[in-house]
Design a protein around this ligand. Structure first.
Ligand SMILES: [Zn+2]
Length: 259
């Protein structure tokens, strides 16, 4: 049963310069589908182009919270909106909040996150949410937005607590795990991964970042390496790798509305 990498920065030059080989190695390893995720206008455009080039590659378009305050993204929203309506664009993001790098931009981050939420409502395409040092803010923004529309989305590279996972699940969100869950010290995160309902769990690489154990020293990370993360999740959930692949792929296709 083939796997679906729900979050890979395939536009990143470390991967895009050899895109064909990267996709081929993924396919050979059993990772048949991937969502290439944009972080600003040029990377979103590149992800859409990659989706056009490769059958199993889909795209997400959006502006990452760590760049929303920069001049480069000031006028790009109209173009992001246009891209969002393209057929192989299956999600809106990467969006969310990040209080790790720069706390002074929180207000502008909130405005941009809200724009992505509205675009998700409009297009019916799910959000891909980045959350760093801001669990409470994200969850409360999602809960208040849920009053005006139906929230659908993915908590990407989830590293939060079971309590915030539960609140996200209650909103209808899916929880996606990246390489971090395989690290020796991630005992608490593995315990969270064991508790996510079977119809809401996803797996991803977040390539080219953070390769999974036992390939941690390998850089860049790439979709082919996701088999290790999937194996770890199967292990903590006490199911076979085949069953883990079957449920996560079915979940990914459901949320991305891929037939
Ligand atoms: Zn990412």
């Amino acid at each position: 049963m083939p796997l679906f990498d729900t979050h890979a920065h395939l536009d990143n030059p470390q991967l895009s310069t050899n895109a064909r080989a990267v996709v081929q190695r993924a396919n050979d390893a059993g990772v048949s589908w991937m969502t290439a995720i944009g972080t600003d206008l040029p990377t979103s455009q590149k992800c859409v182009a990659l989706a056009g080039e490769f059958d199993g590659v889909y795209a997400a378009v959006g502006v990452h919270p760590t760049v929303v305050h920069t001049d480069e993204v000031a006028d790009c929203w109209g173009d992001i909106r246009d891209l969002a309506n393209k057929p192989k664009v299956v999600a809106i993001g990467e969006t969310g909040l990040d209080l790790y790098w720069d706390k002074t931009t929180i207000d502008i981050q909130r405005q941009w996150f809200r724009k992505h939420i509205d675009l998700s409502f409009e297009t019916g395409k799910p959000l891909v949410i980045h959350m760093r040092e801001c669990e409470a803010e994200i969850v409360s923004m999602l809960e208040s937005s849920a009053i005006t529309g139906s929230i659908i989305g993915i908590m990407h590279s989830f590293t939060g607590t079971l309590e915030s996972a539960r609140r996200c699940l209650e909103l209808g969100m899916y929880i996606s795990f990246a390489g971090m869950v395989t690290f020796k010290k991630s005992t608490a995160l593995r315990a969270v991964a064991a508790e996510i309902p079977a119809d809401r769990i996803l797996v991803e690489t977040d390539a080219p970042y953070l390769s999974p154990h036992p390939l941690r020293s390998k850089r860049p990370n790439e979709p082919a390496y996701m088999v290790h993360t999937a194996a770890c999740l199967a292990d903590v959930r006490n199911i076979s790798p085949e069953d883990l692949a079957a449920i996560t792929t079915e979940n990914a296709k459901r949320i991305f509305k891929i037939a």
